[in-house]
Structure formats: structure tokens, C-alpha cells
Design a binder for this molecule. Structure first.
Ligand code: UT7
Length: 330
């Protein structure tokens, strides 16, 4: 649906500590060759210095607000996409609002795993229909390392931590930024068990004194997730392009979820997307879950890969399963 929504500013950040593939060779039975050939990942930033979801959201948000030229106290809504908020209560959005020195606004967390950013973008578009004067902050962050078992080689090499944030307002001709042309998000709970973090949820509670079990951490059927990720991400991106009469020839930059280079390549192939249009930074950051797409978007803008006039296609896939796509004209 055509709505009036423009990305006025964006920012991103990652924690300081870097874990390289060589570091993992010392931690588990793995090697650089396996990790690079199966995933493309060479290093990832992890919050080993105690950085939290709200810390990273705050840094990315301050940058996004500065980029937008909008003051924190002008914000009307604060949305945070995450599965790894600092606490169960209060929400990361309430904590972030407080950190930004604002109160009295709607502040809400959304949980859609790696698709969180596009779910939040769709929610923000709906809010802008109700409140055309709104100035909405969307921060998207995961501290995946807080739920990674660093003795499990099949998952620990894949993930990193990070945050990306955007400031959104209704569009008007004189504004500069990324015009959100459309967003399409979807889910299928039937496949939920293929990628989970169950332990600590109300369905798998821990009692006082119990030691945590492996279900506290990310558990995944990698091969199945891989197949569904390729199918769903390419399908939803194609559907959104077709809806607007676009083909890959019209797209200038494709930003897929940065989970795994092989998934990205397979999606690109299915879409017939020329390789040079596909932006990746997963080599440096690994899979940062909800941060993945906005971190790549913000970096692509900062590196001038996305220029005024660029048509940007985004695609994502994550636990739930959830998936989605967005088209933005800069
Ligand atoms: O946001 C969505 C989140 N999830 C994803 O995007 C992940 C999707 N899945 C994948 O990217 C891939 O399935 C993985 C990268 C996770 C795994 O690649 P794969 O080619 O599917 O490998 P596999 O799981 O089938 O494992 C092949 C072998 C196994 O050994 P055996 O049983 O053949 O002897 C694994 O034990 O590779 C072994 N293996 C490793 N070896 C070295 C698994 N992890 C590692 C490792 N280092 N880190």
C-alpha cells in the first residue's frame, strides 16, 4: 500500500570486541576454511564488554537523529525491534526513551527475530497513517551473543551483535531521505521449531536454582532454515517488485538479510539480481539478527553505495518463521 513515509536519517553501531575465525579455532573444533566456505563470515563484533541492547540502540539512535537533523524531544513514537532486550520488563523501547531523555511517548518492542526491522518499518508506516505529524524512531538491535552457546560450533560461528536505527516522518517534496515505497511482511508459525530460543520463555521456564540447558541458546536446523530462507526471501522480494512493476534492472542496490553468503548468492541467483547490485557486510559482522538489514542499509548510505535516486530493495528472513521485503527510493 502506498503510504507517506520517508527515512530522514539513519545510524548504526557495533560493539568493540571482534571475534575472528582464528579466535573460534581456539574455542571449538572448527577452522577458517570451513567457516568462510560455508558462510562467508570472517569476523563478528560481540558485546563482551557488557554492552547491552539499549546501549547499542542508543548509540545508533543518536547518530540517526543527528543525520535526520531531528532532536530527540521531537520524537512521537519509539519502536525497538529485538529479541534480546536488556530485560523482559521494562521494554528496550521504554529504556531507550529514558536514555534519550524523553517520556510520554508510545514506546514498544517488537519481536520478529531477523525480520524485526521490516516489521517495525511496516508498523511505523501504519502509525504515520494515523498520525501524519509523527516523528518515529525505529531502533533494531540484537545482542545475539547473549543467547549463543560458545561451545556449539554449529551455531556460535554464525552470529554477531549490532544495531541500526532510522528516523521516519511523513513524506513531503522538499524532504531528503529514503522514500519508503512499500513493505511486505509475512510469517509461518508451522516452521517455528526449526529455529528457536525456547529456554527462559513461559513455555520453558527455569526455576530458581536450576542450571540453564542448551535450549536457553539458539538452536537451529541449519539445512532446513537455509532452504526456507532462500525460498521465502527470493519469493517475497519478487512479489514486491512485481507489485510495483519493477524488475531487477530497476533496482540499484539489493540489501538482503546478512545471514550467510551462500544464502545471499542463492537469493540473488533466483532473482536474477546482478552480483554488483548486492550489498553485503556479513563478512565483518556475521548474522546480527534484527540489526542485519538496517546495519547494512546505514553502512551502504555512509559508503555512498546508495546515492540520491537509488532504488533499494531489502529482503529478510528469520525465526518464527518471519520474512519480508521493502522498496525504498533515495
Ligand atoms: O537468520 C536465519 C538464521 N539462520 C541461518 O541463516 C542459517 C542457515 N543455515 C546455514 O547457513 C547452514 O546450514 C550452516 C552454515 C549453518 C551449516 O552449513 P551446512 O552446509 O548446512 O552444514 P551442515 O550443518 O550440514 O554440517 C556439515 C558438517 C557436519 O559434519 P558431518 O556431520 O558432516 O561430519 C557438521 O558437524 O559440518 C560440520 N560443522 C562444522 N565443521 C566445522 C558444523 N559446524 C561446523 C563448524 N566448523 N563451525
Amino acid at each position: 500500500m502506498n503510504t507517506s513515509c520517508i527515512i530522514r536519517g539513519m545510524g548504526h553501531c557495533v560493539p568493540e570486541t571482534v571475534l575472528t575465525n582464528a579466535d573460534f579455532e581456539r574455542m571449538v573444533e572448527t577452522n577458517d576454511e570451513w567457516i568462510v566456505s560455508r558462510t562467508g563470515i570472517r569476523e563478528r563484533h560481540v558485546a563482551l564488554n557488557g554492552e547491552t541492547c539499549v546501549d547499542l540502540c542508543h548509540e545508533a539512535s543518536v547518530k540517526a537523529l543527528a543525520h535526520a537533523g531531528i532532536a530527540a524531544d521531537e520524537l512521537t513514537h519509539v519502536l525497538v525491534a529485538t529479541f534480546s532486550a536488556d530485560a523482559v520488563i521494562p521494554s528496550a523501547a521504554c529504556m531507550l526513551s529514558h536514555r534519550l531523555g524523553i517520556s510520554g511517548r508510545m514506546a514498544m518492542d517488537l519481536s520478529a527475530a531477523c525480520s524485526g526491522f521490516l516489521y517495525a518499518l511496516e508498523t511505523a508506516r501504519a502509525l504515520l497513517l494515523l498520525h501524519p505529524e509523527a516523528k518515529i524512531l525505529v531502533a533494531s538491535c540484537d545482542i545475539v551473543s547473549s543467547r549463543v552457546d560458545y561451545t556449539n560450533r554449529t551455531t556460535c560461528v554464525l552470529f554477531g551483535d549490532g544495531a541500526g536505527a532510522v528516523v521516519l516522518t511523513a513524506d513531503s517534496p522538499e524532504l531528503r531521505g529514503g522514500r519508503v515505497l512499500d513493505v511486505l511482511v509475512a510469517s509461518d508459525g508451522a516452521m517455528g521449531d526449526l529455529l528457536t530460543i525456547k529456554g527462559g520463555g513461559s513455555g520453558t521456564p527455569y526455576k530458581l536454582g536450576e542450571t540453564i540447558r542448551s535450549d536457553f541458546f539458539v538452536e537451529m536446523n541449519g539445512r532446513e532454515v537455509y532452504k526456507h530462507a532462500v525460498r521465502a526471501m527470493s519469493g517475497v522480494c519478487q512479489e514486491l517488485m512485481t507489485r510495483h512493476g519493477y524488475t531487477c534492472a530497476d533496482v540499484d542496490v539489493f540489501i538482503p538479510h546478512q545471514a550467510n553468503l551462500r544464502i545471499v548468492e542463492a537469493v540473488g541467483k533466483r532473482l536474477n539480481m546482478p552480483e554488483e547490485k548486492v550489498f553485503t557486510n556479513l563478512q565483518k559482522y556475521g548474522n546480527t539478527s534484527a540489526a542485519s538489514v538496517p546495519l547494512a542499509l546505514s553502512e551502504a548510505v555512509a559508503e555512498n553505495v546508495i546515492k540520491p535516486g537509488s532504488l533499494v530493495l531489502m529482503g529478510t528472513f528469520g525465526g518464527g518463521f518471519t520474512w519480508g521485503s521493502a522498496l525504498v527510493r533515495f
